[in-house]
Design a protein around this ligand. Sequence first.
Ligand code: HXC
Length: 291
Amino acid sequence: MFEEGLFKDKRILVTGGGTGLGKEIAAKYLELGAQVWIAGRRGQVLEQTAKELMGVHGGTVRTHAVDIRDAQAVDAMVQRIWDEAGPLTGLVNNAAGNFISPTKDLTPNGFNAIANIVFHGTFYVTHAVGRRWIAGGHKGSVISILVTWVWTGSPYVVPSAMSKAALNVMTKSLAVEWGRHGIRLNAIAPGPFPTEGASKRLRPDGSFEDATKTIPMRRIGQMPELQNLAAFLMADGCDYLTGETIAIDGGGYLANGASFTELDKLSDADWQRMRELIKAQNDKDRAGRTA
Ligand code: HXC
């Protein structure tokens, strides 16, 4: 679908690039010739991913362990990239946090755990990169991974829906404010493209496969489809495209609106079990963190 070497002059940072959608997007950019940076909280996971991707595609994948909730650490990471490799040409805001929960049962800490990653953290990274682009007179492109809940809202994932909706507005606002600097901001709103991080926290007792009955295209997403959209939006050929959030969900949100409405039927005992399953995944991930 794309010319070989299309991204040979690109330097792109993918947050949350060690796993899931971020890893897939990083792989596509690497395949097209970009130098790629992946950032995340688990240094070892990043290292393994970098090794794996370079083994398959060659090229250079560098890693940086960081928690994007820490603005100073984010700024230090971006400065390190500028110092070691020169200005980035692109940024993918993919790092996120989420879990299903009845909103009445959330504590302020639970809300903050998600809002601090998605809402605050994504701004910190965008700001640290964008202000350097403007200061140096460099063009740049930002893609944020959002979700169709930015239009519909969604029950049981309210901190995520609120935070991602804010990033939709950030995308539009900065597309206007930074357009004259040659900086573009767009976003992708994927439907179900199952990954471990999302499945274990959003469908802890099942899979996304059951959603296929109601999605007009009758299937979940395939990673190459998401990779192709991420490559298209990052490519120079669509320089005039900015401020847009593009859904890639097989028509799911147009047909069905919000996700998770079916969770209305869960009992208190069901929710208790969900919480335990999510906690096990959170504990497992936390054990690997180095930032
Ligand atoms: C209620 C919960 C909870 C749950 C955690 N908390 N899990 N509350 N129900 N199931 C509360 C805790 O009790 C605590 O509050 C607070 O959240 C912080 O919990 P920690 O585990 O200490 O947080 P932390 O270690 O910082 O982890 C952050 C996290 C975790 C967001 C909770 O899930 C994470 O790191 N996730 C990253 C990966 C991820 O989520 N990927 C999926 C993204 S999917 P108290 O008050 O007890 O201290 C996505 C959209 C996909 O973004 C769309 C698909 C269609």
